[in-house]
Design a protein around this ligand. Structure first.
Ligand code: ZN
Length: 320
């Protein structure tokens, strides 16, 4: 890299893991278009926007260029060493877990989830799993399935990361942060001004995300207690589902009271139990700017003076 000619206008890498990562980094640093000619279906980095580099003896993911062109010649790919073929299949099979993680993140933090993309990955996975035997025999179909799968999967990962960084989502999180800070300011008995609100904390123990988290924890605890105390209830699946539905209002009630108590009496126990919810707010809130805080003040004042309920009632009448 030290001998890189700054006048050249395209970066072409030939190889797989390490060559591709170095090529992407060079293309990123020099802002040149990047072409990768893959020589082994061994890893999922061909389409990714990060590179794994060793820094001070530690492997880290550095942001880098995405390839403009990815070339995979089956005749070359199928001659790759057996261990690289196996590595590629392993990288692919790990995506079963990736899709589950994505869905769980969607359920818990509300992260955007796209079924079309998830299905694309599942299809690619099935193709690879079906062709696993053929891969070792260097059959063309199998090699193609793995190489395609590895590229597809990373397009989906890059897509997810981009959605999380979307401007609109970022703004939603800033509004969420402003909401918490405004509530804190009000609860501390201070005047609602941009200056006062800015100083407040953006993690609030009585946030909706905290409530969801506490509810999930409680439902696990309560249903385990019930299943130990009345094991006969769990024998029949239909009855167990009915029981779980019946105790749901109880769980949500306890969750609501807990959130209220945690706000009123901040002690070690309530702090420990609120910790996961507060941790989650590091993702779902951002520091707001002045304009967003002004919107939060307006919304808060409207709530306090009862304007919101009057206005929605009027609107409802007008619509009728
Ligand atoms: Zn909140």
């Amino acid at each position: 890299m030290m001998h890189y000619d700054p006048t050249c206008d395209i970066v072409v890498a030939v190889g797989s893991g390490v060559m591709n990562d170095i090529g992407k980094i060079v293309a990123n640093v020099t802002s040149n278009p990047y072409v990768i000619v893959g020589t082994a279906p061994s890893m999922d980095g061909y389409a990714s926007g990060t590179s794994s580099m060793a820094m001070d003896g530690l492997k880290v993911s550095l942001p880098s260029a995405c390839a403009n062109v990815i070339i995979g010649d089956i005749d070359i790919l199928k001659e790759a060493p057996k261990r690289l073929l196996q590595a590629g299949l392993g990288d692919m099979l790990a995506k079963y877990v990736s899709i589950c993680e994505w869905r769980i993140a969607n359920l818990i933090t509300g992260e955007y989830y796209c079924e079309t993309i998830a299905q694309m990955v599942r299809d690619a996975l099935k193709k690879c799993a079906d062709n696993a035997e053929g891969l070792l025999q260097r059959e063309e179909e199998a090699i193609k399935a793995v190489f395609e799968g590895l590229i597809r999967v990373i397009i989906f990962v890059v897509y997810m990361a981009l959605v999380a960084r979307m401007k609109e989502i970022h703004r939603v999180y800033m509004y969420h942060g402003a909401e918490h800070k405004t509530i804190f300011c009000f609860e501390h008995g201070k005047e609602l001004t941009v200056e006062n609100i800015k100083k407040e904390l953006r993690y609030h123990p009585r946030c909706g995300t905290a409530f969801i988290f506490v509810t999930i924890l409680l439902s696990i605890i309560v249903s385990s207690v019930v299943s130990v105390a009345f094991p006969e209830l769990t024998a029949n699946r239909a009855i167990w589902i009915a029981v779980k539905l019946l105790i749901m209002p109880l769980i949500m009630g306890i969750g609501f009271e807990f959130i209220q108590l945690a706000g009123k009496y901040p002690n070690k126990l309530t702090k420990l139990l609120s910790a996961p919810g507060l941790l989650m707010q590091r993702i779902t809130t951002e520091e707001p700017d002045d304009a967003i805080i002004e919107v939060a003040i307006e919304a808060m004042n409207a709530c306090l003076s009862g304007k919101v309920s009057e206005k929605t009632e009027n609107d409802a009448e007008n619509e009728e």
